[in-house]
Design a protein around this ligand. Structure first.
Ligand SMILES: C[C@H](O)[C@H](O)[C@H]1CNC2=NC(N)=NC(=O)C2=N1
Length: 115
């Protein structure tokens, strides 16, 4: 029986990842709020800046995002400031952007949809 633990990520680890095409990335970003493409070649990533009222809220978001990263076995680069956090996702295995990056971006947004 599959684990229903919120800490489980084995289903995601078994999902093969492939680099999305430029057309696929542009189409997907149009359906996400505030995410943009940055960098190029091996440094390409999708990025969003989340702003908060204060440091406590920023860190609470970072901690919640850590759970998403663990579940997906996919870990964003974070730039943490007093009232904002810059989140960057890319997929090392494919040297580009994969569906996992987009899924994690949507999950990051969903963390804030409830508050
Ligand atoms: C072995 C492990 O699944 C991989 O190294 C994972 C870990 N976390 C990751 N995080 C990100 N952002 N991109 C990856 O390609 C990636 N790969």
């Amino acid at each position: 029986m599959p684990s229903t633990s919120m800490l489980s990520f084995k289903d995601w680890k078994s999902t093969p990842r492939r680099a999305l095409s430029a057309t696929e990335i542009v189409g997907a970003l149009a359906r996400l709020d505030g995410w943009k493409l940055t960098g190029n070649d091996a440094d390409v990533a999708i990025e969003k800046t989340y702003t908060f009222a204060n440091y406590f809220e920023t860190i609470a978001f970072v901690n919640a995002l850590a759970l998403v990263a663990h579940r997906f076995d996919h870990h964003p680069d974070l730039s943490v400031h007093y009232n904002r956090c810059v989140v960057r996702f890319n997929t090392h295995d494919v040297s580009g952007i994969s569906q996992t990056d987009l899924d994690c971006a949507a999950q990051a947004d969903a963390l804030l949809a409830a508050v």
